[in-house]
Design a protein around this ligand. Structure first.
Ligand code: IPE
Ligand code: IPE
Ligand code: MG
Length: 605
């Protein structure tokens, strides 16, 4: 559907006040300039890439438009990534996958530095959409990359099925808004056919552009029914065979999109949107039929008069429908931090940490002498193993137990934040086997380790690039699952580099500046801190490194500027919770000045 309609960005502003009416803990879209700019970009992307869809979105109530723009902009970004012919196939696949993986991280973080993902994440959280169902659609995008061919209609339909999750997201939005696009079960087939019809209409419209790229997204079965048509199409020549093939296919698409029973019983506003979609597609198919040989040169469009004849009454009808039969639900809910709520069972099973084998108990530290945040560089695994004649990976396995001990000790002494350096951006220089052991041990621990049922909120700091997808999934899952826990915040740094973090933060800040959210002349330290991946992570009070090395190895440069440094000779697998308590005791005796004078200084203030 690529039918242009007249519309302005003022519609965007019209859409916002409806959201402002809702009470929200998080600032509503209208008050967050970055988010506002992100939605505006999605609006423009939809308008430029898919004017027909844009026209349909205009038929929806104002409050539903921004989430629809976000969904369509995301779909079109993925399409573009898959379609960049300048890159090799593997590179295009990698780009699509990197984008979706970044989306997973952004969903866990609740925001994104990328504007389209920022709007999409906000949409998902605000409207409680489960974007995991879009995975199928992403696979279909990758099929595009693979220059897909279809033997028959069944294969072609299976490919179209992947579009269903995108459309389902829109249906879900309507449901959330209290105007369900409920489909009777016996109408499911109609719905699928309707989507097939939309896809076929699109393919016929874009025939010339696709052929230029060597693509012919039609089933072989259909092509073979008109001997010679495929060769003629591929050579760009219009013949009686191609004309007959196109006529046959437009007829088919027309029947598929004409599903009057599908909208029966629906909210009249929602029904108007679908009925108008069908009208626009039929007009588009008429234009394909009328195009003749020019179909192989450019995408045909219905005339302005035709579009106006469809859209003007549709806007009147939909406006009336939405006002006469208003929503039954209040609209979007307050944005949550993540898409899926942790199950109450997760928190019902919380246990205290197991006692130390020798029965050791934590020292008493005065509250004003306790560090709020201890960060640990867990070093010496390799040497520990080498000293015992073991392969280095054995040292990492042994180091895992020490990491658990740190968590037990932190809970027992009442530490608020513990951050562990598990894998640096520089550690990729090591042997593949060692890297695999380290990352695999972390993943196993996330899946079945003893931290899972402690009162620990787990977080991950680092970048997904190059990490195994299962590890990233497990990290995000645990982050979601434990997010309401209040005992200890455990941040594990994996594929983390301090310079990488600073560079990415600077990029995010630059983007905010470009979007007009921040005046570059007025950028302060607070602005920078707000753009860090975990803006709420406090400064490190105590930085402890084991393994007899006295350097910081690219660890938390922003947060450790005033950290007390503490170095110990033991290799990491040899430490236990008593060493953490010792480190905290040592910290509690230190004088901290933060640049002030010694006189009268106490504690961290
Ligand atoms: C620290 O131990 C763990 C990681 C860097 C993953 P090392 O593996 O660096 O141990 P050493 O320094 O070689 O002994
Ligand atoms: C720092 O240890 C990284 C982690 C503990 C994860 P390294 O052993 O990699 O540091 P360098 O290379 O000795 O500085
Ligand atoms: Mg080391």
């Amino acid at each position: 559907m690529r039918i242009t309609t007249h519309s302005t960005t003022a519609d965007f502003d019209a859409a916002l006040p409806a959201q402002r009416r809702r009470p929200a803990r998080r600032p509503p879209t209208g008050e967050d300039p970055l988010l506002r700019a992100a939605y505006r970009l999605c609006l423009r992307t939809t308008q430029v890439h898919d004017p027909g869809i844009f026209a349909l979105i205009q038929l929806m109530p104002a409050v539903l438009r921004p989430p629809c723009w976000a969904l369509w902009a995301a779909a079109s970004v993925l399409d573009d990534l898959a379609d960049q012919r300048d890159a090799q196939q593997a590179e295009r696949e990698a780009r699509v996958q990197a984008w979706t993986q970044a989306l997973q991280c952004d969903l866990a973080a609740g925001t994104s530095t990328d504007p389209v993902r920022r709007a999409l994440v906000d949409t998902a959280l605000r409207w409680h959409l489960d974007l995991s169902s879009l995975q199928g659609a992403v696979t279909s995008t990758l099929d595009d990359v693979n220059d897909r061919r279809f033997a028959d209609w069944a294969e072609w339909r299976a490919w179209c099925e992947a579009l269903v999750p995108w459309v389902d997201q829109v249906r879900h939005l309507f449901e959330q808004a209290g105007a369900p696009m409920t489909l009777r079960l016996d109408r499911q087939q109609d719905y699928k056919r309707f989507i097939d019809g939309a896809q076929l209409t699109d393919i016929l419209t874009d025939l010339s552009a696709d052929l230029t790229q060597g693509l012919l997204l039609l089933p072989q079965e259909a092509l073979d029914a008109f001997p010679g048509a495929e060769d003629d199409l591929r050579q760009g020549s219009w013949s009686p065979a191609t004309a007959a093939l196109v006529r046959e296919l437009t007829g088919l698409a027309r029947r598929w999109v004409t599903r009057p029973a599908m909208t029966r019983g629906m909210h009249p506003g929602a029904a108007t949107v679908l009925d108008t979609a069908a009208c626009l597609m039929r007009a588009q198919l008429d234009a394909v039929d009328a195009a003749g040989h020019t179909l192989l040169q450019r995408a045909p469009r219905p005339s302005l008069v035709t579009r106006t004849r469809i859209l003007v009454p549709a806007r009147l009808r939909s406006g009336l429908a939405w006002s006469l039969t208003p929503f039954t639900a209040a609209g979007p809910r307050q944005p949550a931090v993540t898409v899926r709520e942790p199950s109450p069972a997760d928190d019902a099973n919380l246990r205290p940490p197991p006692a130390h084998l020798d029965g050791a108990r934590p020292p008493r530290i005065a509250a004003d002498r306790m560090p709020a945040h201890v960060a640990v560089i867990m070093d010496g695994n390799g040497r520990w193993a080498e000293q015992r004649g073991l392969p280095r990976p054995e040292g990492h396995r042994a180091g895992n137990a020490a990491a658990h001990e740190m968590v037990y000790g932190a809970l027992e002494i009442g530490l608020r934040h513990l951050t562990l350096y598990a894998f640096s951006t520089e550690n990729w220089k090591r042997d593949t086997e060692e890297i695999t052991t380290i990352l695999e041990a972390i993943r196993r621990d996330l899946d079945e380790g003893p931290i899972r049922n402690l009162d620990v909120r787990q977080r991950w700091l680092g970048h997904p690039d190059k990490l195994p997808a299962e590890l990233v999934q497990a990290l995000l899952r645990e982050e979601r699952r434990t997010r309401n826990r209040t005992g200890l915040t455990l941040t594990v740094c994996i594929n983390y580099g301090g310079r990488d973090e600073i560079t990415r933060t600077a990029a995010a800040l630059a983007q905010a500046t470009r979007a007009g959210a921040i005046d570059p002349h007025l950028i302060g330290e607070d602005d920078f801190a707000r753009h860090l991946p975990h803006p709420d992570m406090p400064d490190v009070d105590l930085l402890w490194r084991t393994g007899n090395e006295q350097r910081t190895s690219n660890f938390l440069p922003w947060h450790t500027t005033y950290a007390e440094l503490y170095f110990t000779p033991d290799h990491w697998p040899d430490v236990d919770r008593r060493d953490l308590w010792q480190a905290i005791t040592e910290y509690s005796r230190r004088q901290r000045r933060h640049g002030g004078a010694t006189h009268g200084m106490r504690g961290r203030s």
